[in-house]
Design a protein around this ligand. Structure first.
Ligand SMILES: [Zn+2]
Length: 323
């Protein structure tokens, strides 16, 4: 499923997800979508991918970052230093680029607070901190962007006008780009063919707002992409997607079924986030528990939105019960 002028460049990552796809959009301006993690292996793979398409890093004129996750952004400093390309990202990605250490520490403090309220034991909090700091070594150093993107903006890239869709869910800052003339969607991690994107726990992008209900948002923004009915969709990981409406239907059904299963655990008891997570993901190692907690909290939010669960506070811990 090739589209003229679009080159998918898979680069290795040190993460469980496997390689991440970067995209080279040929034409005016010569544009790279995402940068890969900050490893020499990823840098070599990026250079090899550019060379295979007949280009060099120094030729790049524009770089667009789809969201702040390390596998998509780590190499941005090297790429911009060698190309002097213009850097574009969503306004919510900006703090992660400008002051990554401060922003990630802020986020970590938020995860810890949510987990404490969820009755998560101290050993897991410790392992979430360790994991966050391990991931950070593959992340970016401070860098500012040249153009701040918002929902509805147009970007000229590779001879095409792309529309920016802000699609929070997997990450609060995630953007998709859509070329309406050919029906091409660059979906980043919003849609992945073989993996259901995990809606991760994150603080609100604007201070003092409530914790975003990431799975609920994710479902809303999946449905927006289904309405576009793209002819082809390129993903942040894995193969292109031919039928987005069918995949979205499958994903939305999966999340509602998982929510049905979770509500079944409750009977007449009160359960906190940790108790539900242990019931559902007991087999998952401590180093992956943050993903499991995010997944469960997302579905608890969905059940609250569906009017099936309500919260009860006891001794600083949030419990949930059936309505
Ligand atoms: Zn990714």
């Amino acid at each position: 499923m090739a589209v003229p002028g679009i080159h998918q460049i898979p680069v290795p990552t040190p993460f469980y997800v496997g390689p991440v796809n970067l995209y080279l959009l040929e034409g005016d301006p010569l544009t790279l979508i995402d940068c890969g993690p900050a490893t020499d292996e990823a840098f070599e793979a990026l250079n090899a991918g550019l060379a295979a398409a007949g280009h060099r890093l120094a030729d790049l004129e524009q770089v667009v970052i789809t969201h702040h996750h390390t596998d998509h952004v780590g190499l941005v400093n090297r790429v911009i230093a060698e190309s002097q390309a213009t850097l574009l990202a969503h306004e919510y990605t900006r703090p992660y680029l400008k002051d990554p250490e401060q922003k990630r520490e802020f986020d970590l403090a938020f995860y810890i607070e949510v987990c404490r309220e969820g009755g998560v034991p101290p050993r897991i909090l410790q392992s979430i901190g360790n994991m966050t700091r391990w991931i950070e070594q593959f992340g970016n150093r401070p860098i500012d962007i040249d153009r701040v993107l918002h929902e509805g903006d147009m970007i000229q890239a590779g001879d095409i006008a792309w529309q920016v869709y802000h699609t929070p869910g997997h990450a609060g800052d995630l953007i998709c780009l859509f070329d309406a003339s050919r029906g091409v969607l660059l979906a980043s991690d919003h849609l992945i063919l073989k993996i259901s994107s995990n809606p991760l726990i994150e603080p609100a992008p604007v201070p003092d707002q409530r914790r975003p209900q990431r799975l609920v948002e994710y479902i809303t923004h999946l449905q927006r992409m289904a309405v576009l009915d793209p002819s082809i969709t390129f993903s942040g990981h894995g193969e292109p997607i031919a039928d987005v409406p069918a995949l979205v239907e499958e994903r939305v059904a999966f999340h509602h079924q998982r929510a049905d299963k979770i509500v079944g655990y409750f009977d007449d008891r009160l359960c906190n986030l940790w108790q539900v997570t242990e019931r559902m993901f007991a087999h998952v190692g401590d180093d992956q528990k943050f993903l499991a907690l995010s997944e469960v909290l997302g579905h608890i939010d969905l059940l609250e939105t569906r009017g099936q669960l309500q919260r009860v506070y006891q001794d600083g811990v949030v419990y949930w019960q059936r309505c």
